[in-house]
Every structure is written in structure tokens, then in C-alpha cells.
Design a protein around this ligand. Structure first.
Ligand code: GLC
Length: 476
């Protein structure tokens, strides 16, 4: 089975969020199970020179977008046994950031179309193109329009994965003609039309052979109006081809027993783990005391992640409880300044590092006892999986992938690998944090919880098997 994965970011080359982690580790898991997987991405300026130097040019061609006729180069490298292709066009991708420009539609129309033009000059045709998020949403549509009669693409099937339904790629209908070379034949309810605009995500939902999203719970949630981002109707209509497949993490790349970023590597031993806490307290200028419970947050600082709840009860919480809160991440200005000001108000209890540093992230997972992730919605979530891997008990809201990966600890049966609360309510969260802190004081119970965390299934094996079944079902 030959699979071409297409996405707009991928670790270790370029990353803005969880999508990059998935594209950086799923291909290897699939190839371990016998699939031949290649990955294609835009060649961004942000990629480090170390990678750029390894690229070789395979060929070049032109891509048509309305009246434009744009250059595209394909460059390639191999990393961990996987072949990666990078589509080069400096006008579109040699910029200071991955996203957020005024010509986003043009950049990604170009990227989507260049995939087909690239295949024309290669002697490798995939059985399935697996597309991820709105930036690749036009590929299934193009297969049914521009490239429909090309025998080269005749047998190709498409699978589209929703990593976050909130970001859909919505643009004015004028781009249909102006950039996409399509006419109004696709501008209807079962096509690309969305309240008079065009919607790339919707195009994928309608034209892909299979649609997946990154947890079973999110697959159900997005068919309701609360989580559906105005596409719940389309998703209900397409529910037969929609499946939820939970993400894994690369358990050898994130392994507390071998992680160079942490001062005291450990297996599943709590006494070894706790030594990492005092080191981090020292590094961050917090009072050094192993008995103080440390709560970690490693996250993009955006509304989705539930920081409103924290803002609401933080004073009540940290004024009364003997805890340390360590926050790492960047994002919306309002949340960045929220955490900065908390650090100023509570210098012995709150530390906020407003940047993203991979090695510090790992030290926080290793040092913290608890990991707070009260998301308003969460398609899958990776933070809680990493926290489980490093034996930091996740406190989560019961939504999306958080439901599917964290079960709340039950003191009677001693089952459960974390803590959770149901309603998006700040005091429900605080109550749950305090329940966790109380259990932390009961060492026997805590050790049982640690054991349960260590037994959580976090690898990619299940997801890879399931994706292979999905690919197989499309090719028949
Ligand atoms: C997005 C989602 C996150 C998910 C990730 C990878 O970033 O917000 O929940 O884990 O994609 O699928």
C-alpha cells in the first residue's frame, strides 16, 4: 500500500502545533506495519539550515492558478527511513511565519495543486493520498474536477483527517475563478459552498473517500452544534464515512528513561522522578522543596485550551493552596499577559515562560506532579499523552481526546490515570484540582495512580493499524 501524506507542517522540520507531531510520527508507525509512506510539505523558510542542506532537487514544474503560472520545485530528503518532499516557491513560503498572511488562499491553492503536478513528473503514484486539515482540503476536490480524466490519477483514493475543526480555510467565492480555475459547478451545499463563501475543509468533507478525526469522542462531538463550528450538518450527513482514530505519541522519542533533556532519567519509579522537581525549582527560581506539588501547563496559549477557567479561580487557588504552577507556551497576547502578571503577583508560586522550548517542556513534564489541561474542546490533545508518559497526572476537562485517554482516578477501585471534570466551569475545575492535591498527600494512592499512568497505552500501534484498515477500505 502506497500512501502519500500531505500536510502543512511536520516535525522535526517545522512545527506550530500538534499536527506537526502527528505528521512527524505516524508515517514511521505505518511503515513499521508494511505501508510505503512518503510525506509532502511546503518548503518554509523556518526550516533550519541543517535540514535545508540535506535537500536535493528532484525537478521543477509550473502550477496554474487563474492567470498565474507559478514555479514549483520539488526537493527531497530522507529522515528515519521516510522520504519527504518539499514544495519550493519562495514567493509563497519564504516568509517569517508558517501562517497568517493575507494571501493564505493563494498559498494553499498553489500547494494543493502542485501535489498533482508533482506526481506527474514522478514515477510513483500513491494508492491513497492522506490529507490533513484545511490547508490540504482541496486535494479531494481537485481529484474530482481538474484531474478527474487523467488516467494517472484514476485509482487514487483520498482520506482526510480533521485535526481541528475550528480552522476551516474560508475565503470569498471570487477565488473559485480567480485562483482555483473552477466554475460554479462546485458552489453548492454538497460541494465547497459555505454561507456564500468557499470553505476548504468542507470541500474535503464532501469529496474525500473517508474522513477521520483524532479521537472517537471528538468524532461524535463535531456532529453537534456546540462543537460543530457550523459544519455539524455536513458531518452528520457524512457520518458513515467519518471515524475517530486516537493519536499516539512517539514513545521512544519521549522516554523519561533516556531523555537527555532531563537531569534524572527514570523508568516508572516515582522516587526517581521526583528528583527532577528540585532541579527545575532551582532552574526557575522557585522555593526548592520536593514536597510541594507542582502543576505544569505546556500549551499554545489560546482560547481553546481553557485558560479562562484558570483566570477565573487562580487567586482563590494559589492564595490558599501550597502549590507551584509552571507554565510554558506562547499564543494570544491576553493569555500571555495573564500568566506574566500572575508570576509578578505570586513569585514563589507561579512561573510563566512565554516562549516555546522543547527541552524545557520535557523538564516540566518530568518535574511536575500534575498537568493541567482544561480545554474547552480538544480534538485529541498531545500534552496529556506526554504527561502520562512522564508520569505527571493529567487534570483534564472531559472533552474530545481527553475523554478517550484520561480516566478519572477512583479512590475506591483505584482505577484511573488522571483527574477529570465534566462541565466547562471554573469551580468544577478547582474542585478537581483540590481532589488531586488531596490524593497527592496519600502516598499509597498516589503510587497506585502512577502505576496506572505507566500502564496507559500511548503508542502509535493502534492508530497505525486502524489507518491501514481505513486505507484498505477505500481501495476496496
Ligand atoms: C490539533 C488539535 C489537537 C490534536 C492535534 C493533532 O492541534 O487541537 O487536539 O492533538 O491537532 O491531531
Amino acid at each position: 500500500m502506497k500512501i502519500l501524506m500531505v500536510g502543512s507542517e511536520c516535525s522535526p522540520f517545522v512545527k506550530s502545533g500538534g499536527l506537526a507531531d502527528v505528521l512527524g510520527s505516524l508515517p514511521q508507525a505505518l511503515s513499521k506495519q508494511g505501508a510505503e509512506v512518503r510525506v509532502v510539505l511546503p518548503k518554509y523558510q523556518e526550516m533550519s539550515d541543517e535540514w535545508k542542506e540535506q535537500l536535493t532537487l528532484l525537478g521543477a514544474y509550473r502550477v496554474r492558478l487563474g492567470w498565474r503560472n507559478q514555479y514549483a520545485g520539488i526537493e527531497t530528503l530522507t529522515c528515519n527511513g521516510i522520504t519527504f518532499y518539499f514544495i519550493d516557491n519562495e514567493y509563497y513560503f519564504k516568509r517569517s511565519n508558517l501562517y497568517g498572511f493575507g494571501d493564505e488562499a493563494e498559498r494553499f491553492v498553489f500547494f494543493n495543486r502542485s501535489i498533482f503536478e508533482m506526481l506527474k513528473i514522478m514515477d510513483w503514484i500513491p494508492d491513497v493520498i492522506h490529507c490533513h486539515d484545511w490547508q490540504t482540503g482541496l486535494i479531494p476536490l481537485y481529484l474530482h474536477t481538474h484531474y478527474q480524466n487523467d488516467p494517472l490519477f484514476h485509482k487514487i483514493k483520498t482520506v482526510f483527517t480533521i485535526h481541528n475543526l475550528k480552522y476551516q480555510g474560508i475565503f470569498p467565492a471570487s477565488i473559485l475563478h480567480e485562483l482555483m480555475d473552477l466554475d460554479h459547478q462546485v458552489m453548492h451545499e454538497d460541494g465547497i459552498e459555505f454561507y456564500g463563501n468557499v470553505n476548504f475543509m468542507k470541500a474535503a468533507l464532501n469529496y474525500a473517500d473517508k474522513v477521520t478525526t483524532v479521537s472517537k469522542t471528538y468524532a461524535k462531538e463535531i456532529q453537534t452544534s456546540y462543537y460543530g463550528e457550523n459544519l455539524d450538518g455536513v458531518l452528520r450527513k457524512r457520518s458513515e464515512k467519518l471515524t475517530g482514530v486516537i493519536n499516539g505519541i512517539d514513545i521512544s522519542a519521549y522516554d523519561p528513561a533516556t531523555d537527555n533533556a532531563i537531569p534524572f532519567p527514570y523508568e516508572s519509579c516515582f522516587n526517581e522522578k521526583i528528583k527532577n522537581k528540585s532541579m527545575l525549582q532551582k532552574e526557575l527560581g522557585l522555593p526548592i522543596d520536593e514536597s510541594i506539588p507542582m502543576v505544569g501547563i505546556v500549551s499554545r496559549l489560546v482560547e481553546q485550551k481553557g485558560f479562562d477557567l484558570i483566570a477565573r479561580v487562580i487567586d482563590e487557588w494559589v492564595e490558599q493552596d501550597n502549590v507551584q504552577l509552571v507554565v510554558l507556551g506562547t499564543g494570544d497576547y491576553s493569555y500571555e499577559s495573564l500568566f506574566r502578571s500572575l508570576q509578578i503577583r505570586y513569585p514563589t508560586k507561579v512561573v510563566a515562560v512565554i516562549e516555546f522550548k522543547e527541552t524545557l517542556a520535557r523538564r516540566i513534564y518530568a518535574a511536575s506532579d500534575l498537568f493541567l489541561m482544561p480545554s474547552r474542546f480538544e480534538p485529541c490533545g498531545i500534552g496529556q499523552l506526554l504527561a502520562l508518559r512522564y508520569l505527571s497526572a493529567p487534570i483534564v476537562r472531559e472533552t474530545g481526546g481527553l475523554v478517550d485517554t484520561v480516566t478519572s482516578f477512583n479512590e475506591q477501585t483505584e482505577e484511573g490515570n488522571g483527574f477529570s471534570f465534566k462541565n466547562y466551569n471554573a469551580h468544577d475545575m478547582l474542585y478537581t484540582i483540590r481532589r488531586a492535591l488531596a490524593i497527592y498527600q496519600n502516598k499509597n494512592k498516589w503510587l497506585k495512580l502512577v502505576e496506572n499512568m505507566a500502564n496507559s497505552n500511548l503508542s502509535w500501534d493502534y492508530a497505525a493499524e486502524t489507518y491501514l484498515e481505513i486505507y484498505q477500505s477505500t481501495v476496496g
